[in-house]
Design a protein around this ligand. Structure first.
Ligand code: ADP
Length: 419
């Protein structure tokens, strides 16, 4: 069984082709949370710069003996349809995919599912209409995700398509967590509420943490921190999302590469009244010119560190603001959860940046969080425990794998349909 995972953005399509394990190997069959066991990547790659004069197609694939090959082509790629055709042609030419009959499903990342979707969903016309309906909530992402679905349906009409939503995992949040304290009609008539994002990643690392704790996810209380260019925290009670730091859009919460995270909404009025800012300027300012970039001029955490090491005061401040906000969320989520089994770091920064992890956890000994300095610095790029012995809260690093999680969820959605 092969499952193709597509992450279709406004000017790119990233893809991965997985070989699913035999049914007896899967977690679904064992009734446990399935691990990465048995899943193999047959091919991966991306089509980028769709719509520009010089697009690019990257493809790497693995043969039966496990040898990895790669190739790269430059070509004008006018549309998502043309991009998908290139991907399919590439997969066929390299032998990674014989024909449509080898595909048991195509899994699609969809950013916003609104309140309509709380689980991976087999795509039909009604589902497409429902995704379209929530597009005003994610005007940049959902149309691109939908493009991917429509093109894949056209090219592979017989293959089941499964939509996996970034918001779905957080649909278990109680009203007390997801409602904003603004007049109720804005929620009831205009869907203004907190939704949360990165759900696929929070779910994936939560399952990995449960395996490390040696108990079912449904018995685990966790705080998961996805720290990449976008960043979010989640409080997970009994395996389900209780709260998360992103809101109606991915702007709320932690400090990110170029997004400000939490900010007093009155700053907006002030900027409009005193500096004459309009909506577009504000959107650009808070989503694309703020965060690390706004504080110190660069949005890549590695560059922030090198600036700070060379004595740059703005970069030092940026690191301080990031860690202050992280610590605040860890404390708040500990209070919400009461008992926390583990704190989990993931995402490019969470997985690789020992200094941020150490700074975010410093001074939390009285809450049961204490890192082992050696483990924290030694864990680079792999799953590991970085807390000291016998602490109340274990601290883990888990490299996330959203594509694998989408493949697994697509596989389980099909199993649920009796396919
Ligand atoms: P995205 O959200 O785009 O998927 P990633 O999860 O890849 O992003 O995370 C990107 C961030 O991770 C960047 O800020 C990058 O600097 C940071 N990062 C990657 N490797 C390291 C590292 N070794 N040390 C510190 N930060 C790192």
């Amino acid at each position: 069984m092969k499952i193709l995972v597509l992450n279709s953005g406004s000017s790119s399509i990233k893809f991965r082709l997985f070989l699913a394990p035999a049914r007896t190997e899967t977690g679904a069959e064992r009734g446990a949370e399935s691990g990465a066991h048995g899943w193999r990547v047959a091919a991966r790659g991306a089509v980028t710069r769709i719509g520009e004069a010089s697009g690019q197609v990257k493809l790497s694939w693995t043969d039966g003996a496990g040898r990895v090959y790669g190739r790269e082509d430059a070509a004008g790629i006018g549309s998502h349809h043309a991009g998908m055709e290139r991907i399919v042609a590439g997969l066929r030419e390299t032998g990674a995919l014989g024909g449509a009959e080898e595909l048991s499903a195509i899994g699609h990342r969809v950013v916003h599912g609104g309140e309509a979707f709380h689980a991976p969903t087999l795509v039909d016309d009604d589902v497409i209409a429902a995704i379209r309906q929530v597009t005003p909530l994610a005007p940049l992402h959902n149309p691109a995700n939908l493009d991917g679905i429509l093109v894949a349906r056209k090219l592979f009409p017989e293959v089941p398509q499964v939509a996996v939503f970034d918001t779905a995992f957080h649909q278990t949040m109680p009203r007390t967590a997801y409602r904003y304290a603004i007049p109720g009609y804005l929620y009831r008539e205009h869907r203004v509420r907190r939704y949360g994002f990165h759900g696929t990643s929070h779910h994936y690392v939560a399952k990995a943490a449960a395996r490390m704790l040696g108990k079912p996810l449904s018995q685990c209380n966790l705080i998961t921190l996805h720290l990449g260019n976008g960043a979010s925290a989640a409080a997970i009670r009994d395996g389900a999302s209780l709260d998360t730091s992103m809101g109606m859009t991915p702007l709320e919460g932690l400090v990110m590469g170029s997004r400000c995270g939490d900010i007093d909404p009155a700053v907006h009025f002030y900027l409009c009244r005193h500096l004459g800012f309009d909506n577009e300027t504000l959107d650009d300012l808070l989503n694309r010119q703020s965060g690390l970039l706004g504080l110190c001029g660069v949005n890549d955490m590695r560059e922030v560190h090198s600036l700070a090491e060379s004595g740059d005061e703005d970069a030092k401040l940026a690191l301080g603001v990031v860690c202050h906000r992280l610590k605040k969320y860890i404390g708040a989520y500990m209070a919400l959860l009461g008992r926390v089994d583990a704190l989990v770091f993931t995402g490019g920064i969470g997985e690789n940046d020992a200094e941020i992890r150490s700074c975010a956890c410093s001074g939390l000994e009285s809450l049961g969080i204490l890192l082992d300095a050696e483990e924290n610095h030694g864990v680079l790029g792999r799953v590991g425990r970085i807390s000291a012995q016998d602490t109340l809260v274990q601290v883990f690093v888990v490299p996330t794998d959203e594509e694998l999680e989408i493949a697994r969820q697509a596989f389980e959605a099909l199993a649920g349909e009796g396919a």
